[in-house]
Design a protein around this ligand. Structure first.
Ligand SMILES: [Zn+2]
Length: 546
């Protein structure tokens, strides 16, 4: 039973230590965002295992600087100081004065949460992370009961800070962030963190607006250009950290004996859906790339095949004439860049293959050198590294085996084989006798006989079909192996056949037998079942199972 101890685990996203940083002397430490800003000149960089978290941490620090820029004499003055490696003390003080806004468990104004939904049914704390299984988001390596997932305060802070840059749509009305699905972004990097912040703190047009650190986020005027502080604190979710415990294990980072949070209230925010006229919100994320044709739709990576060979960045080859990023435009000639490429599929709201590239330059030549775009029209049969076995001379052994079985086996033999369904060779004495009675006489006389396992499985599934289908026909069109899931099964979506980028492992063991049986059964139930190509099945299994 989880005790509600919110007040005992209180924690501040500005002043509690949770950011991993590396000093100029290469020592690693964990620091609060406020201390990180104070010592930005003596820190090399922020580090994070995920490029998404790295960008979210920078976006948060930059938002704080944009927010309080006036305290340092305005944005351009502060940028000038940062580029010299100095962080004006006045701005650190101005930010510190606001530290009461960053408590995670404040009763009235908890950071990036909406206390007005505190009584809604809680969901998995893993909802904050697309890589943690929760609800219908299940394409992951480990699974758990949603109600059991706990996150430490550090990880909750990371999850909340991901909301602005990286929220993606999630079905049932969960809208993406202000710039739509996670965009490809770039960061300029300098010799120390102060310079890095200065490089990325680029001039922004339009109104500053108001930073929204708490409550139900609603755009001040959805039809107008979004003020930049509003865009940088845009919250497409309504969240409340309802339950916490003083001791527990964090499911994300593995720390134990720490204060943990979960389940949490995690709701959609209807106010951040598209504008009533369906147009995009008027906002340009300074780190993202925008082309002239769609001025408010940033460049994205949405196709796994393109992500795997770099084709999702091919448009960058013409960066000087095509989509532009404010960060690149504001730092001409700068050397030292990081490109963060989140890959999300808008069709099913799934996430795959996030990656980052560290580059000296974002010139056309430098990018061309990085991108090794290959034409990989991957043949469908090889998607999981498996070639549909070609029928060559070696299939003659399989053909001879199947032909002999069809010719010699009596109805009682097929009955024995039928009752050996899903059993191993040694688990059914009667069926084993049938198999060895067939195989032994052929050994020595016939080359390229199928393996014992392949022969066993072939006979068992042959026994499962009506006698009339257990015949050997030349050019029989139906081979159940062809229908089994490969790495990319086709999906029917909106009446169209599209290839799903989500892997389905080729089945093994009993699952393979089950898949073959289902496939054969479906064929037999058709009004005009197709003749089964038993030789290809037997030969293919022989290739696959050994
Ligand atoms: Zn954690």
């Amino acid at each position: 039973m989880v005790r509600e101890t919110r007040d005992q685990v209180d924690w501040n996203v500005l002043t509690s230590p949770w950011l991993d940083v590396v000093g100029l002397n290469a020592t690693a430490s964990t620091s609060s965002p406020l201390d990180t800003l104070k010592s930005a000149s003596s820190l090399r960089c922020i580090v994070a295992g995920s490029p998404l978290d790295l960008f979210a941490a920078h976006r948060y620090l930059l938002t704080l600087l944009y927010w309080k820029a006036d305290a340092a004499g305005g944005l351009s003055t502060m940028r000038g100081a940062l580029l010299k490696g100095e962080l004006p003390q006045a701005i650190v003080q101005a930010i510190e004065d606001e530290s009461h806004r960053f408590w995670l468990f404040d009763e009235e104004a908890p950071f990036l949460q909406d206390p007005s939904i505190r009584d809604k049914k809680p969901k998995s704390a893993g909802s904050l992370f697309s890589e943690i299984a929760s609800g219908s988001n299940v394409s992951h390596f480990f699974h758990s009961e949603d109600r059991n997932v706990r996150l430490c305060a550090n990880c909750v802070a990371v999850g909340l800070l991901r909301l602005v840059p990286w929220s993606q749509s999630g079905g049932r009305g969960f809208s993406p962030s202000v710039h739509n699905a996670p965009p490809i972004v770039t960061m300029a990097e300098g010799e120390n963190l102060a310079i890095t912040l200065g490089l990325n703190l680029v001039p922004l047009g339009g109104n500053a607006g108001t930073a929204r650190w708490t409550g139900h986020f609603t755009p001040s005027n959805p039809k107008w250009p979004v003020p930049y502080l509003e865009a940088m604190t845009w919250n497409p979710r309504r969240i409340f950290l309802s339950r916490a415990d003083t001791q527990g294990v964090c499911w994300r980072c593995g720390r134990f004996g720490v204060a943990v949070v979960g389940p949490i209230v995690y709701e959609k925010n209807d106010s951040t859906k598209k504008r009533a006229d369906k147009k995009d919100f008027e906002w340009n994320e300074p780190a993202a790339f925008y082309g002239p044709a769609k001025p408010y739709t940033p460049m994205k990576s949405t196709d796994e095949a393109h992500a795997s060979n770099g084709a999702d960045l091919k448009w960058l080859e013409s960066v000087e004439s095509a989509p532009k990023s404010a960060v690149i435009e504001s730092n001409p000639g700068h050397r030292g860049w990081r490109l963060i490429v989140p890959s999300t599929n808008p069709a099913n709201n799934k996430t795959f293959d996030h990656r980052q590239m560290v580059m000296e330059s974002v010139s056309v030549d430098a990018i061309k050198a990085e991108l090794r775009v290959t034409k990989s029209a991957r043949p469908r049969d090889t998607l999981d590294g498996w070639q549909q076995p070609k029928r060559d001379y070696a299939a003659l052994g399989a053909e001879r085996f199947v032909r002999t079985a069809v010719k010699l086996l009596a109805p009682t033999d097929w009955l024995d084989l039928s009752s050996a369904a899903y059993r191993e060779i040694h688990e059914s004495a009667a069926a084993f006798d049938v198999l060895s009675g067939l195989m032994w006489p052929l050994r020595g006389k016939v080359n390229w006989l199928p393996s014992r396992q392949a022969a066993w499985l072939t006979l068992k599934v042959m026994a499962a079909v009506p006698v009339r289908a257990r015949t050997l026909q030349s050019n029989a069109p139906f081979d159940p192996l062809r229908l089994l899931p490969k790495r990319q099964p086709d999906e029917r979506r909106n009446g169209r056949t599209v290839s799903s980028p989500y892997p389905v492992a080729f089945p093994r063991g009993r699952r393979l037998e089950a898949e073959l049986r289902v496939s054969l059964d479906k064929n037999m139930r058709r009004r005009k079942p197709e003749a089964v190509d038993w030789t290809s099945l037997c030969y293919g299994l022989s290739q696959l199972m050994d």
